[in-house]
Design a protein around this ligand. Structure first.
Ligand SMILES: *[C@@H]1O[C@H](CO)[C@@H](O)[C@H](O)[C@H]1NC(C)=O
Ligand SMILES: *[C@@H]1O[C@H](CO)[C@@H](O)[C@H](O)[C@H]1NC(C)=O
Ligand SMILES: *[C@@H]1O[C@H](CO)[C@@H](O)[C@H](O)[C@H]1NC(C)=O
Ligand SMILES: *[C@@H]1O[C@H](CO)[C@@H](O)[C@H](O)[C@H]1NC(C)=O
Ligand SMILES: *[C@@H]1O[C@H](CO)[C@@H](O)[C@H](O)[C@H]1NC(C)=O
Ligand SMILES: *[C@@H]1O[C@H](CO)[C@@H](O)[C@H](O)[C@H]1NC(C)=O
Ligand SMILES: [Cu+2]
Length: 647
């Protein structure tokens, strides 16, 4: 070994051990880059061949994209309009953290409006949004994929608004794709406040499209200042930080590297942690309360979050509270767990922290994940570092205080209106007896990922007779070795019971979820009220490599009124909700031609008359009835009706 290499090695042993909090796992010198710009590997996963310097960039929230227009009804319910161009471009987010990248020509990305992550859409709960996505990808990623390989051209995209109860044609069905020079318009209900996000969902290339940049936040907010009906717990003026967690790996040209393990259809992990597109950022904060919205938008990696002080003591369990999950606010906040907040791919959590007593201190947003109960997740040199929180000496005079004793002004927890405690208890009793309505087994065979032994490509629907507005208990299971973050589209659900991994975790319990962390050998009972929309929806593993290699299937919501499933093995659980008539059959088909992508030049002009027409169609009238007779209720109360305030 040359003296120079030895010197550099020693420098890096020093850096790993002292300048930054050391990894508590393994020997850092074994897994840090050697500094000779050679690739290195951890558990067979390839790392970036360059020296990384954490905490050089300053954190900022992703850019907010303001609506271009607002169109309102006389009763104050509005529709906000947006246009987003999807195109490929070169950006330089790594120059500071990866000095070698300054010598290269920039990193190629797929972007929404030229940004990674995509701009944040922020819509007040109770108001719709209409978004036109224009596919303009043609320079850096010119490859064609079916169905854009004939008269239609280019790299297909499909947009899923994750967390939204969208009707099927607007849900980002994997085969409902938009080709180059085409546009697809999506209409979203935003019927309850939550940290939603939007990301690509194109068939078999979702992992690449999302990894290369196609993901962003779509916040549905209750803040009065943005037209919501008011936040609970004095959150209105507590500063928000929007943290999108991702990991990337670079090749020798500073391009996003598609790891060979990905080519083996297993997983994709990186050694560069991005927080909202910024590698290992510093975050200047004040000694006051903050609200953190967390989204795991990685391809495969789960994170186990804690906040450490500079002595590596966990302060989060004392100073932070979890206030929301995938589907929005919890009923009551809970303490940050001692064992850390586990955030699997696609999960969202919100927590608040009181940094009032931390003036002048350094804190770390820390990934405490190790290799326990997971298959081959590589723990690179800096995998434990996410962000360095630099608390200033002082703050403005009287910053707002989180107050969990203040009531929730508007009951916006939709899930508690459609699944009450008696539903929950009934489901729990069933689970305790080992009973369920449907079973979904996640497994692997010959590098194909399957659900109940079938893949997406087998064109068999996994559950073809789910009754509109009825509830079902689904039993998810997987064998040893692999873990799967499972996403069921359309619904917010409750995780009722987990066998394995110590049961349901505090932050999963009684929380509205749309992703369940199916740990290795786990068996999980999930209670969902299906509906209110009819039609076909996907459910899948959200490890995007597993999803693309076909751990994805469909379920179909049918009319529960007319006994279509009389011969089904799963009789509907009929109750008053089944009497609510919401006939949206036209929109049951996710491939509906009426709403499919078309050449951009053929799109109707996006003017005020057009937007008024789309608002007047009121496709989400289940949430936004114009009057009491808009939806035939047959004497029942419409639990889906959303509250809105003038925006
Ligand atoms: C969006 O609107 C807000 C006011 O609500 C304004 O402060 C901000 O500058 C606008 N952003 C852009 C990019 O125009
Ligand atoms: C497009 O690709 C699909 C799938 O590979 C293939 O079946 C089809 O024939 C291709 N179409 C054209 C026009 O090349
Ligand atoms: C990965 O999946 C693709 C598509 O499903 C398949 O063509 C390929 O053979 C798989 N690779 C391996 C190594 O199994
Ligand atoms: C709970 O909701 C069900 C409908 O799923 C309804 O039949 C029942 O009366 C409700 N129970 C309570 C206690 O509100
Ligand atoms: C679908 O719509 C396109 C126009 O967007 C039209 O050319 C095509 O004929 C339609 N297909 C069907 C099956 O209706
Ligand atoms: C209720 O709204 C529907 C849809 O706009 C309309 O057709 C109907 O006339 C309204 N009924 C009343 C009583 O206003
Ligand atoms: Cu999986």
């Amino acid at each position: 070994m040359s003296r120079l290499v030895l010197f550099i090695l020693l420098v890096f042993v020093y850096l790993c051990n002292s300048q930054y909090p050391p990894s508590p796992f393994g020997k850092p010198q074994d897994i840090c880059p050697t500094g000779n710009n050679q690739p290195y590997k951890v558990d067979n996963f390839v790392g970036t061949p360059f020296i990384l310097t954490p905490f050089t960039n300053v954190f900022t929230n992703p850019t907010i994209l303001n609506a271009s227009t607002k169109t309102c009804r006389p009763d104050g319910h509005c529709m906000f309009a947006y246009t987003i161009d999807i195109y490929d471009t070169t950006l330089r987010p790594f120059d500071q953290a990866v000095a070698e990248c300054t010598k290269k020509g920039g990193t190629k990305f797929l972007t929404y409006n030229g940004l990674i992550p995509g701009p944040t859409l922020r819509v007040a709960a109770g108001h719709e949004s209409i978004v036109r996505f224009n596919n303009k990808i043609n320079k850096l990623f010119p490859q064609s994929f079916s169905p854009c390989n004939g008269s239609r051209r280019g790299r297909p995209i499909s947009v899923h608004h994750h967390g939204s109860a969208s009707i099927p044609p607007y849900d980002g069905w994997a085969e409902d794709e938009t080709c180059y020079l085409e546009t697809k318009e999506y209409v979203y209900p935003n019927n309850r406040p939550a940290t939603n996000w939007y990301h690509d969902h194109a068939l078999h290339i979702t992992a690449d499209n999302a990894y290369l940049g196609l993901a962003g936040l779509h916040l549905v907010t209750s803040k009065l200042q943005y037209g919501g009906c008011g936040e609970p717990w004095n959150l209105e003026d507590i500063e928000e930080k929007h943290l999108i967690l991702q990991d990337k790996v670079l090749d020798a040209n500073c391009q996003l590297f598609i790891d060979p393990e990905k080519a083996r259809n297993i997983s994709l992990y990186g050694d560069i942690n991005l927080v909202s597109g910024i590698p290992f950022p510093r975050m200047p904060l004040e000694p006051k309360w903050y609200r953190f919205r967390i989204l795991n938008a990685a391809v495969s990696r789960p994170w186990l979050l804690k906040i450490f002080n500079s002595k590596y003591e966990d302060i989060s369990k004392t100073y932070c509270k979890i206030i929301a999950s995938d589907g929005g606010y919890r009923i009551t906040p809970i303490p940050f767990p001692d064992t850390g907040l586990l955030v699997g791919v696609a999960e969202r959590y919100e927590f608040v922290c009181d940094f009032t007593t931390f003036a002048n201190q350094i804190l770390y947003l820390w990934n405490d994940k190790n290799n326990d109960w997971m298959q081959g997740v590589p723990y690179f040199c800096y995998s434990h570092l996410l962000s360095k929180l630099e608390i200033a000496p002082t703050t403005s005079d009287s910053p707002p205080q989180f107050n969990e004793n203040m009531p929730m002004p508007i009951p916006e927890r939709t899930i508690t209106r459609v699944l009450n405690m008696s539903d929950y208890d009934t489901a729990l009793q069933m689970a305790n007896k080992g009973k369920f309505h449907r079973q979904m087994v996640f497994s692997q065979s010959n590098n194909k990922w399957m659900i109940n032994g079938e893949t997406w490509d087998s064109f068999k629907i996994a559950a073809a007779d789910v009754g509109q507005n009825t509830w079902e208990l689904w039993y998810f299971q997987t064998g040893g070795g692999w873990f799967h973050p499972v996403h069921v589209h359309l619904v917010d659900f409750y995780m009722i019971k987990r066998e394995g991994s110590g049961g349901i975790r505090s932050f999963e319990s009684m929380a509205a979820k749309d992703v369940l962390y199916l740990g290795a050998s786990n068996k999980i009972y999930v209670l969902a009220r299906f509906g209110p929309h009819k039609g076909d929806y996907m459910f899948h593993c959200h490890n995007l490599i597993h999803e693309d290699n076909d751990m994805m299937r469909a379920y179909r919501i049918i009319d529960s009124q007319n006994g279509i499933n009389a011969g089904s093995a799963q009789p509907f659980i009929l109750n008053g909700f089944a009497k609510i008539v919401y006939s949206n059959w036209l929109y049951a088909d996710p491939m509906l031609n009426l709403t499919a992508a078309q050449p951009t030049v053929n799109m109707p002009t996006f003017n005020s008359a057009y937007k008024q027409k789309m608002l007047d169609m009121n496709i989400y009238r289940i949430f936004y009835p114009r009057n009491e007779t808009d939806i035939p209720l047959n004497g029942f109360t419409n639990p889906w009706r959303s509250t809105w305030c003038p925006a």
